[in-house]
Design a protein around this ligand. Structure first.
Ligand code: 13P
Length: 252
């Protein structure tokens, strides 16, 4: 399977900056060295610009960082999947630690979002990961088990070929996000093996799902991370904002 390299731009870049980055990416992707699937998650207002700029790139998709799980209606400030599809997005992030911890999205709500997006033909990158406190108190396995078994509870009866195509797990230890502290090889190996084991134990056996690593990924550590067992790709924040740096990760 091709490794998946995903960019989460978070709350960065206006439309002009997004267009410039996407155009630079598009020309870089034309000459890409490695066989990779590339995913870009820009802010909402830049999705249309980025989709347009990357439209001609093979194996490249554009997604949204958030959405509300209803068709339309009285949800002030929210955005629907139909609006995102209209702008060119076909994937969404669900369960990112910033939405779990800053916006207080619960496992129940994340399960609802995941089910809603998958049933409307959107792909989902479902993010999980423990805080430093949870890791240090020996709760890594419990936290990952809870996040997976509750967050994915609504997809267990979906056809496995749909899940294989449209559902990706991203393991992002909260303490490694934006801190410059990338998890060590041993920690990544241990966590990814645990994630695969938990996925295999779910109804329907979800161990076929790709599992990405995220948290302070940089051009300098991308190749080593991609070489680790059970690491099917990378979810990149800060180092995806500069097209050159993100292209170096894609080509790692
Ligand atoms: P950084 O790569 O900036 O640590 O962010 C990781 C992340 O949260 C991607 O979703």
């Amino acid at each position: 399977m091709k490794k998946i390299i995903a960019a989460n731009w978070k709350m960065n870049k206006d439309r002009a900056q997004s267009r410039a980055a996407a155009e630079e990416l598009a020309s870089g992707l034309a000459g890409r060295k490695a066989e990779r699937t590339v995913m870009i998650f820009p802010p909402f207002l830049s999705i249309a610009e980025v989709s347009k700029a990357l439209g001609g790139c093979a194996d490249t998709v554009v997604g949204a960082q958030n959405f509300y799980p209803a068709e339309s209606g009285a949800y002030t400030g929210e955005i629907s999947l139909a609006m995102l599809a209209d702008a060119g997005a076909s994937w969404v992030l669900v369960g990112h630690s910033e939405r779990r911890h800053i916006l207080h999205e619960s496992d129940v709500f994340l399960a609802q979002k995941t089910q809603f997006a998958l049933s409307r033909n959107f792909g989902v990158v479902f993010c999980i990961g423990e805080t430093l406190e949870e890791r240090e108190s020996g709760k890594l396995a419990d936290v990952l088990t809870r996040q997976i078994s509750q967050g994915l509870s609504a997809v267990f009866d979906m056809p496995s070929n749909l899940l294989q195509e449209k559902l990706i797990i991203a393991y992002e230890p909260v303490w490694a996000i934006g801190t410059g502290k990338v998890a060590g090889d041993r920690e990544v190996l241990e966590a990814h093996a645990k994630v695969k084991e938990i996925l295999a134990a779910q109804p329907g056996d979800l161990s076929i799902l790709p599992v990405l690593y995220g948290g302070s990924v940089k051009p300098a550590n991308a190749q080593a991370l991609l070489a680790l067992a059970n690491v099917d790709g990378l979810l990149v924040g800060g180092a995806s904002l500069e097209a050159k740096s993100f292209l170096n990760i894609i080509n790692a």
